[in-house]
Write a protein that binds this ligand. Structure first.
Ligand SMILES: [Zn+2]
Length: 326
């Protein structure tokens, strides 16, 4: 074959390759569509409801609820989701609802499914509690790696972007909505609850779960229980939990409290009777939780997170009793 014939052939191959790559990446983008559907939950208020599953390559980490409020001054976003892609698609979903710009993003806490979409909100102030910002800074890299491991390419290009402002707890008004920014803890060291007094809507983050077992990797059960009492006293008309359906009344607070009390009693009793971790994990779930999504796996995870602490307390109290008998 002459050199003159080779060149066009090579060019055709390159063109064909380019076309194939373009087709592949277009198909790739379509395959990573979270299909976010804003659901109106109150006046000017929309939620994006995730599934009550674990993070998988099927759901891309869309296991979380995020929300936005369209005020007269602009859009207030509550949590940005599990990946850069989710954040971008959330922004596009917001743009389908309103032409107003996004003026503020809040991160309720530092868990990856709630803040790894921050990247999509460049140029918008992102606010979180100081403990949340510290957690995003220290754990964000590991969280992003882990999200990629569990969700696969849904999370490609996701980098942790730490919130750039501290939340000042108290009243905060925006475009005709009066928000109460409430600094709490228990699910993590920094849990922001946001009550929109204008609509009576509580954005509870992961302080509240409904019909999905609570997660505890950074939890303090006693503090979380005290926080649930504080949330009850707010008397919100409706609650958007971090995971599970939006609801009127106190079903989410009640279920979360019931789970945490049962978990606390079960682990304390098990430690008191000297059970080892593997035995505790095999304990039966109460009938009321048996069918709840992720109940078994979250119970097992909670044993790994929390049981050593219960064993330590059981040993300390035994030592105390021995000392007192002397
Ligand atoms: Zn969480």
């Amino acid at each position: 074959m002459s050199a003159r014939m080779k060149a066009p052939f090579k060019a055709r191959v390159v063109l064909a390759l380019c076309a194939a790559v373009t087709a592949f990446s277009a198909q790739g983008d379509a395959a990573f569509d979270y299909r976010l559907q804003p659901v109106k939950i109150a006046d000017n208020t929309w939620a994006l409801i995730g599934s009550t599953e674990d993070i998988t390559r099927g759901n891309g980490g869309n296991i979380v609820n995020t929300a936005f409020v369209v005020t007269l001054d602009g859009v207030v976003v509550i949590d940005s989701g599990p990946s850069r892609r989710y954040g971008e698609q959330m922004r596009a979903a917001i743009a389908q609802v309103t032409k107003q710009p996004v003026i503020r993003v809040f991160n309720t806490h530092h868990h990856p499914d709630h803040f790894l979409g921050n990247q999509a909100y460049g140029g918008v102030p992102i606010a979180a509690l100081p403990a949340t910002r510290a957690g995003e800074r220290s754990d964000g890299g590991a969280f992003a790696d882990n999200m990629y491991r569990m969700a696969g390419d849904w999370a490609s290009g996701t980098e942790p972007q730490v919130a750039d402002e501290d939340v000042r707890p108290g009243r905060w008004s925006a475009g005709g909505h009066e928000f109460e920014l409430i600094a709490l803890e228990g699910h993590t060291a920094g849990d922001l609850a946001i009550l929109d007094r204008t609509t009576g809507t509580l954005f509870a983050g992961d302080l509240v779960f409904l019909d999905r077992a609570p997660t505890t990797p950074h939890a303090s059960v006693p503090r979380w229980l005290a926080t649930l009492d504080a949330l009850s006293r707010l008397g919100a008309k409706r609650t958007l939990p971090g995971h599970g359906p939006v609801h009127e009344g106190s079903a989410g607070i009640d279920m979360t409290r019931e789970w945490l009390r049962w978990l606390d009693q079960t682990l304390a009793q098990a430690a008191g009777s000297g059970m080892d971790m593997a035995e505790v994990m095999r304990l039966p779930l109460p009938a009321r939780f048996e069918r709840m999504p992720l109940a078994r796996s979250e119970f097992e995870r909670s044993v790994t997170h929390l049981y050593a602490g219960y064993e330590q307390r059981a040993m300390d109290s035994t030592a105390q009793q021995v000392l007192q008998q002397k």
